[in-house]
Design a binder for this molecule. Structure first.
Ligand SMILES: Cc1cc2nc3c(=O)[nH]c(=O)nc-3n(C[C@H](O)[C@H](O)[C@H](O)COP(=O)(O)OP(=O)(O)OC[C@H]3O[C@@H](n4cnc5c(N)ncnc54)[C@H](O)[C@@H]3O)c2cc1C
Ligand code: SF4
Length: 552
């Protein structure tokens, strides 16, 4: 224990985008920081070559699956998220986009701060740290997207994504190693991208700018201690001071231990929840319920957003083009004011998600759509049995598929609560409530059909969307709304938790609008902003608390 009597000044829970930014900036300000991360550490040597090695891909430690990617099934949505040292950045596609300014006009954060003048500075900083560039590598999937966009009259909206990938200069092959290109020699050496499309399986070529190569790397270099495979299960104020003014005790268990969980406890003056929207909600609900943090606002779990997403695609069985080449998300288009489509890929051989694909089927959700699917299937089977079988079996899926990620800025949200599942009533877990979010975006489906027609493929969509009317998202946001008072939200405009001192939430749970673009850059920029208000260690009074009604 250090002289202050606390094990650490700050404990950060989760090492993803919000957590790594916070850890880095707090160590820079002179604080002693610990990062608790329930996932494992990954490096190019232990990342799996394909997702058929599912025990090194999927995270379900209670089933001995200790990977970095998780799929969680709720009544309203299937959520994909990352779980590793470096959080979602290990499995993410590396796309880092600034959303439209209009996102600050709606949702509970509107009017809380002069966002449109403040945020550009934090976006710039986050982009510099994450090494964001315009993608220089277009693969067959991107070229086809452009071709269909031209045919649909929206070719003018085609853009190359902005990505956090170390790419070779134009005309040079990838795979060359350079000394740290980003941080004046303070960062790790890096190798240029070889366009293998493997970003979402974790980059095995040291080219993707995941957080363990920038923010988290620098935080550790400055002394932050990262506790991997360590799950936080309790956070409670110390010395009976209910507002946390005398610090917190943080309890952990070993996340990958089957039986002997090795409980530990640590003390700190401040706590940052950065466990992602799902992780932070789950933890805060449990802590509120068990009485460790009873003052957390009752708004917890409200206004969870899915970025209004839908995953569709087109499969080209026997295609000579290899659609897996390029970076995971190489380009995008806007088919109308609200609807954004990106060309996505998995690397060759990573076909396991092909099991979740079926023929694209329109129609009203419910039995009619299921009957239509059966009809489409029988019709396709009669017309071309070999082709239909080749579309539906998973092998070759990544090589032969153009995956289209469709996102909308239109509003729509659901709520999360801690409840019991009828089929597993033994333990409370997060459950979704509220209105169903439309699974199906007619304009996007039409675009997939057009692509299939133009290039001779078969339009596909997710089984869960067609059969159960449940969309799939990799961009779950919200649940700890940012607002002017605890009656309306969980944190204030500087990410400070209502009801507590020196406690913050810095992750996707504070996002208060559907961004319409991939959210990681915004999560980083908001975390940069939140920490910029925390004074340096030598000046702190340890009395940082939100004021209700703190609108500016
Ligand atoms: C396949 C895939 C591709 C994606 N591609 C992109 C993309 O290209 N661009 C983009 O912007 N976004 C992308 N995303 C989304 C992006 O990964 C998330 O939006 C982002 O990671 C969220 O950041 P965060 O800081 O909220 O939390 P995360 O990055 O999710 O980090 C939270 C961390 O907290 C840990 N944790 C949770 N609970 C606990 C606990 N109790 N104790 C200790 N640790 C805990 C988790 O293990 C996790 O590592 C993608 C997501 C997926 C699944
Ligand atoms: S395309 Fe391949 S080499 Fe390039 S960043 Fe992605 S995984 Fe790494």
């Amino acid at each position: 224990m250090a002289d202050s009597g606390f094990d650490f000044d700050f404990i950060v829970i989760g090492s993803g985008f919000g957590g790594s930014v916070t850890a880095h900036r707090l160590t820079e300000k002179g604080y002693r920081v610990a990062v608790m991360e329930m996932g494992r550490r990954w490096d190019p040597e232990n990342l799996p070559r394909t997702n058929w090695l599912f025990w090194r891909w999927i995270w379900r430690p209670n089933m001995a699956l200790r990977g970095f990617f998780n799929l969680e099934f709720f009544r309203h949505v299937v959520i994909a998220h990352g779980c590793a040292v470096g959080g979602g950045s290990i499995t993410y596609a590396g796309t880092l986009l600034v959303p439209k300014d209009s996102i600050w006009d709606s949702g509970s954060w509107a009017q809380l701060a002069p966002w449109k003048t403040e945020m550009p500075h934090y976006y710039e900083t986050a982009m510099r740290m994450l090494g964001v560039i315009e993608n220089r590598i277009l693969g067959p999937a991107d070229r086809l997207l452009k071709q269909v966009a031209d045919a649909a009259g929206v070719g003018g909206t085609f853009y190359r994504t902005r990505v956090g990938v170390f790419q070779p200069p134009e005309g040079e092959a990838g795979g060359r190693t350079y000394p740290d290109p980003y941080f004046g020699g303070k960062g790790p050496e890096r190798t240029t991208c070889i366009s293998c499309g493997g970003c979402m399986m974790g980059c095995r070529h040291n080219a993707k700018n995941s957080l363990d190569k920038n923010y988290l790397y620098l935080a550790e270099k400055r002394g932050a201690r990262v506790f991997a495979e360590t799950k936080v299960v309790d956070v409670a104020p110390l010395n009976g001071k209910a507002d946390g003014s005398e610090g917190y005790e943080v309890r952990t268990v070993k996340s990958t231990a089957p039986l002997r969980k090795g409980p530990r406890h640590f003390t700190s003056r401040g706590v940052v929840f950065a466990a992602s929207a799902l992780g932070t909600l789950d933890l805060l609900f449990r802590l509120k319920k068990k009485g460790s943090l009873p003052a957390i606002s009752d708004q917890l779990g409200n206004r969870v957003r899915t970025n209004a997403e839908s995953l569709i695609g087109v499969r080209f069985p026997g295609s000579r083009e290899d659609f897996s080449k390029g970076v995971a998300i190489g380009s995008g288009i806007y088919i109308d004011q609200y609807t954004h489509i990106e060309a996505v890929r998995y690397p060759e051989g990573s076909d396991a998600l092909g099991f979740l694909c079926t023929l694209l089927t329109s129609g009203r959700p419910g039995w009619t759509r299921i009957l239509l699917l059966v009809r489409n299937f029988l019709r396709a089977l009669l017309r071309n049995p070999v082709r239909t079988a080749r579309c539906l079996h998973p092998f070759g899926w990544a090589r032969e598929s153009l995956i289209l990620l469709c996102m909308q800025t239109l509003d729509g949200h659901l709520d999360m609560r801690l409840g019991r599942l009828w089929f597993w009533p033994f333990r409370k877990t997060l459950v979704s409530r509220g209105q169903r979010i439309p699974t199906y975006i007619p304009q996007a489906n039409e675009f997939a059909r057009k692509t299939a027609e133009l290039a001779g493929g078969t339009p596909m969509s997710m089984v869960t969307e067609v059969l159960f009317d449940i969309p799939c998202t990799a961009h779950i946001l919200g649940g700890c709304p940012m607002a002017a008072s605890p009656a309306r939200g969980v944190v204030d405009f500087r990410n400070r938790v209502f009801g507590y001192k020196n406690m913050y939430v810095c992750d996707g749970s504070v996002i208060a609008a559907n961004l319409g673009v991939n959210p990681s850059l915004t999560i980083c920029a908001l975390a940069e902003r939140a920490v910029s208000y925390i004074p340096p260690a030598w000046r702190t009074q340890w009395d940082d608390a939100p004021e209700a009604g703190s609108e500016v």
